[in-house]
Design a protein around this ligand. Sequence first.
Ligand code: FE2
Length: 200
Amino acid sequence: MSFTLPDLPYSHDSLDKLGMSKETLEFHHDLHHKAYVDNGNKLIAGTEWENKSVEDIISGTYNNTSVAQNGIFNNASQHWNHCQFWEMMGPNGKTIPSSLEKNIIENFGSVEKFKEEFTAAGIGQFGSGWCWLVQEGDGSLKVTKTENGVNPICFNQNALLGCDVWEHSYYIDFRNKRPAYLSNFLENLVDWENVASRLK
Ligand SMILES: [Fe+2]
C-alpha cells in the first residue's frame, strides 16, 4: 500500500500561539514528512512491501542489515511516526482524562514525575530520535527513547505519546533549546484526549 501524506488535523497556524509556529509546520509537515512519503514510495515500488501496511513494513524491515531494507524502514517508520505526532497534538485537549491520569499515577507516582521522565528521555536521546510514552502488553506504562525513526512498533509496544526530537521539529521556534521545546510540548501542545484514546 503506497504511503499518503495526511492533511494536518488542524490549520498550519493553529498551534502558533502554543509554541509551534506556522513556519515549523510548513517545513515539518509539508516538506520533511512529505519527503519520507515520497522516498518511501520510491523505495517500496516493485518490492515485496509494495502492497503491505506501513505497520507490517516497519516490523518486517526493522534491524535489517541490508542497506535497501534499512532505507525502506527509515522512511516507513518516519512516515508512521509523523502521522501519530500530528494527531497527538492540537489546539484543544489540555486536560488529562481521568482514566489516563489514574494510569500515569499508578505507573509513575504522579503526572509531574511522568513529565520529568519523559523530558529526561527526550533530552537524553543523543542526536535525532523520539521519546515515547508506551503501553506494554501487560498494560503497564513506560517512558522510552529511540534513535532516528525507530518506534514502539519495533518492540510490540502501544504508542500513547511520542515527541519528535529531531532538530527539524524545534530549531525554528526554540533554536537549540530542546528542553524548552519538550516542556512546551507537554504543557501546551499535547492533545491528552488523543493520548487517552490510545489506551488498550
Ligand atoms: Fe520530524
